[in-house]
Design a protein around this ligand. Structure first.
Ligand code: ATP
Ligand code: MG
Ligand code: MG
Ligand code: MG
Length: 562
């Protein structure tokens, strides 16, 4: 591509509202532009990188026998009502209606759509297992869209879904997906860890997240320095200033939820009716919010809770245990929350913490997503705390370290939850109808692009790994007005293209300094500069990732690239 014919609007200044490197550099190098908050246009270079990542994902999905398809972004509310997620998904789901007042959602994910297709088309165990995937635009009305492509409201996801006649079959596909994910992120050049994740909100069992290690990551990973053990501690309270016994000694104050006053409203916000078993109480210790939630067999979206309140979260294992522990006060909230029970709740909150600090039922409650034994050793309940750096790893090998991570992928064993709710059954070899067993597997394709930039840049700009670089060669002609330089540039450009090399050709009538600065910013792995020695048939070659420059004859250059 001739740069004079492309749209690569580079910026000298760091854009004001871009806080992190990937956001700044993708804007500055002219890869993306913001169209609205959390909504981006991919300009030509950005689109090329996105496609490179997509193609890697596609190859690895195809390789394990997943079939590519494409589902609609616009989805009828009826499907989401079948699974209960029309209510449960909360405000992240973008909703709309058509001219006939029919309700729709813009797909945040596609379990409902894909399950509705499979339940109609697949009736026999003979057609299972089956894996399908798509690479498609997703919509989530994130509370805090930020960091450019890392957390958008419209973004590109690869989502795959697998259907099985047994859990064993699911286990096998899950393993293949897991391995495919490792290959995908390795091919992107990324430094990542696969971590044990929380299965809270989707009712599944095994689940792993793929985390790109980065200081700007929003997740914290606890990993062993000597083994494969790694777990997300995202559900752990942000603030661990208080151990539970300390909390019990403090004065507590029940607080209203920001803008949401009754328990009913809290439940509504979370998308869990109180009648579905959600119970939550919140109190304040000094300036720290503590939220106690029960987790029955309903779905509690823990992340949402944490984000909404910025609170520490203590979780009770089941509503039954909550009732036992908290007695009539909390339990009597009944199916609908009411304001006038506020005092009772405040008292029971104190009671609750005292109970915990006194030992209580040792198995009954724990911090969300931090499983005693798995993530830390509980010595005494009174010492309950989060896993910390320096703790022995739960697998007995090595010591725990913390790192921040960007979640680029997530694999999940869903089990039969969706199939049951949507009545997706198959006939087994005995002719008996059973719900299909499912898995789902996501990759944030556009997020991955940003994650790559986070790991591959220097002070002058991006440094693309070859596999995902927008072009392989950046060809610069320093003085386009000079006949010899221009004609050698044109000639090399043609030759490289003939040889199948992806070339960006800076043939613009710009100063050399501008061309070099833009070239570093854009970060194409190989740079060929046609300058003063063009008449002698000599050009300069430099790799973006390294400072060495070498002069090459045209012949030597041909050997390198053709
Ligand atoms: P997060 O914890 O970052 O909000 P998630 O757990 O809600 O992500 P999933 O439902 O697991 O996301 O979706 C699959 C993948 O889609 C994620 O692993 C992530 O890479 C990507 N993704 C999710 N939300 C966004 C977003 N707002 N912008 C860009 N990519 C996203
Ligand atoms: Mg999310
Ligand atoms: Mg997540
Ligand atoms: Mg996830």
């Amino acid at each position: 591509m001739r740069q004079s014919q492309s749209l690569i609007p580079t910026l000298k200044e760091v854009p004001a509202d871009a806080d992190i490197k990937s956001h700044q550099l993708l804007l500055r190098a002219g890869f993306i532009r913001q169209t609205a908050s959390g909504i981006y246009s991919f300009l030509p270079l950005g689109k090329r990188v996105l496609k490179k990542v997509e193609d890697i994902v596609r190859e690895e999905m195809d390789r394990i026998g997943a079939n590519e398809m494409l589902m609609p972004a616009m989805q009828p509310a009826e499907l989401w009502k079948e699974t209960g997620r029309w209510n449960n998904f909360g405000p992240e789901l973008m909703r709309m209606h058509d001219r006939h007042e029919r309700e729709f959602a813009l797909g945040a994910t596609h379990e409902e759509v894909v399950t509705s297709i499979i339940r109609d088309e697949v009736k026999s165990y003979k057609r299972l297992p089956l894996s399908l995937y798509q690479i498609q635009t997703k919509f989530r009305d994130e509370k805090r869209p930020r960091f450019g492509l890392l957390r958008g409201r419209e973004f590109v996801m690869k989502d795959a879904y697998s259907f099985h006649d047994s859990f064993d079959s699911l286990d096998e596909t899950y393993k293949h997906m897991y391995e495919a994910y490792k290959r995908i992120f390795s091919r992107c050049g990324l430094n990542f860890r696969a971590v044990i994740a929380d299965s809270g909100s989707m009712g599944g069992k095994d689940t792993h997240e793929f985390m790109v290690l980065s200081e700007v990551g929003e997740d914290i990973i606890a990993y062993s320095d000597q083994s494969e053990y790694a777990a997300n501690i995202e559900m752990a309270p942000v603030v661990t200033t208080y151990s539970v016994p300390e909390v019990a000694q403090k004065d507590m104050e029940l607080v209203e939820t920001p803008g949401k006053k009754t328990m009913q409203e809290v439940a509504d916000y979370l998308g869990h009716g109180l009648d579905q078993g959600l119970k939550a109480i919140m109190f304040k210790v000094d300036d720290q919010l503590v939220l106690v939630v029960t987790r029955g067999d309903h779905e509690v979206n823990d992340i949402k809770l944490k984000n909404l309140y910025n609170a520490s979260i203590v979780e009770l294992a089941s509503e039954e245990e909550t009732r036992q522990l908290l007695g009539a006060g909390f339990g009597s909230l009944g199916p609908v929350g009411v304001d006038n029970k506020v005092d009772v709740i405040a008292d029971t909150a104190v009671e609750f913490v005292r109970n915990v600090s006194c030992g209580g039922n040792k198995d009954g409650y724990h911090y969300i997503n931090v499983n005693p034994g798995r993530d830390f050793q509980v010595k005494e309940y009174a010492d309950l705390r989060f896993i910390q750096e320096g703790d022995p790893s739960p697998d007995g090998k090595g010591t725990i370290q913390f790192a921040k991570g960007i979640e680029v992928g997530h694999v999940f064993k869903l089990g039969t939850l969706y199939a049951e709710r949507m009545n997706a059954t198959f006939l087994n070899d005995q002719g008996k109808a059973n719900p299909m067993v499912m898995g789902c597997y996501g990759i944030g394709v556009s997020r991955t692009v940003a994650a790559i930039v986070e790991q591959f840049h220097d002070d002058n700009g991006m440094v693309w790994p070859t596999a995902v670089a927008p072009y392989q060669v950046h060809l610069l002609v320093l003085n386009s007005k000079n006949e010899e330089q221009a004609s050698l540039g044109d000639q090399l450009y043609e030759e490289l293209i003939q040889a199948g090399v992806e070339v960006l050709y800076d043939d613009r009538k710009e100063r050399a300094g501008v061309k070099f600065a833009d070239s570093d910013l854009i970060g194409i792995p190989n740079r060929i500069t046609v300058g003063k020695r063009a008449a002698d048939g000599i050009v300069e070659f430099k790799q973006r990732s390294d400072d060495e420059k070498e002069e090459l004859t045209i012949e030597q250059l041909r050997d390198k690239f053709t």
